[in-house]
Design a protein around this ligand. Structure first.
Ligand code: AVI
Length: 308
């Protein structure tokens, strides 16, 4: 067996050896995790997806007018491309690039998009947004619209979020724009229910990361020995997701091991909730000072159009 570790393996093992242990949320999205996330987006308790969809539908004409004619649409975290589909109908770009970390999932979605939009040049790009997004060299540099829906920006710590927004600003040059969804601070009970739903779908999504990690580093996590924990941390304005050990256990992987005591946690995700003014400030610091904000009637979610 090859003894050289891949960067994913190194990152996972480093996180597991930390106290408290961490697993990056990017490892949620194997094929099963991506499908479970789609199930989450359909849950009654998980308000972000339908709220963002409602904002985009109600304000579609104004959004289209303000976005203007965009030559190239680039969707980050495209998943099943459902949201880009509506935007393609609205702004009719010449090119569409779907970027996502889950390659298997992306290819099927892009194949369906090509059937729906035979006149648009459509490409799939498997990329990790924490690194540089290497767009195809053939893509026109003018009038790019980066679409980053779903409040996935909230899964980055604010400094990382600002760094990603700066990289987006570089991708769009001076005549482009960013259309982004961001989840807002609200009643804690609403937030907690969205990340700990009664049907156990979010729990299954969280636990699935252990099966994915087992495949990636050859570890022996048993999902029956762990439980889902999710709660709003008001001091840091974020939902935290953890996996908590139900019993003392020793986890092995190739050439390594770590013990976990009953009750010890692995931190798997943060989901930051912003105030509109704080998010606008973050965009400004990233070089995107011209903003237009749309929200829903409860001000639970915002869709922001930002330009250099
Ligand atoms: C992908 N991301 C925006 C989701 C969120 O709400 O932070 C991931 C998620 N985690 C648990 N439920 C949904």
């Amino acid at each position: 067996m090859n003894n050289i570790l891949t960067s994913d393996q190194l990152e996972i093992i480093k996180g597991l050896m930390q106290v408290p242990a961490t697993i990056s949320p990017k490892y949620f999205y194997d094929a099963k995790g991506s499908a479970l996330f789609e199930d989450i987006t359909r849950l009654q308790a998980y308000y972000p997806t339908r709220t963002e969809h409602a904002i985009m539908s109600i304000h579609a004409p104004e959004i289209a007018r303000r976005v203007g004619a965009s030559c190239t649409l680039i969707e980050l975290g495209a998943g099943n491309c459902q949201k880009a589909k509506a935007l393609c109908e609205l702004i009719k770009p010449a090119h569409f690039v779907a970027v996502d970390i889950s390659e298997e999932f992306l290819h099927d979605a892009v194949a369906r998009m090509r059937l729906t939009f035979p006149d648009i040049d459509i490409q799939a790009l498997a990329a990790d947004l924490t690194a540089d997004i290497g767009l195809p060299a053939s893509l026109p540099a003018q009038r790019r619209l980066v679409f980053y829906p779903g409040s996935s920006i909230g899964n980055f710590d604010p400094p990382q979020a600002q760094a990603l927004l700066s990289r987006i600003r570089d991708l769009i040059a001076d005549d482009g724009a960013l259309l982004i969804g961001v989840d807002l601070v609200k009643d804690e009970a609403v937030l907690n229910a969205a990340y700990d739903d009664g049907e156990g779908v979010t729990a299954a999504f969280n636990l699935n990361v252990l099966d994915h990690v087992n495949r990636l580093i050859g570890s022996d996590f048993d999902t029956n020995q762990w439980q889902h924990r999710a709660f709003f941390n008001a001091d840091r304005s974020r939902i935290e997701m953890h996996l908590e050990a139900k019993a003392n256990q020793l986890i092995h992987w190739r050439h390594g091991a770590r013990s976990f005591a009953r009750g010890e946690r692995i931190h798997t995700e943060n989901s930051y909730k912003y105030r509109v003014e704080d998010f606008v400030e973050l965009l400004e610091r990233a070089g995107l000072p011209q903003t237009q904000v749309w929200t829903d009637e409860h001000a639970w979610f915002a869709v922001v159009l930002a330009r250099p």
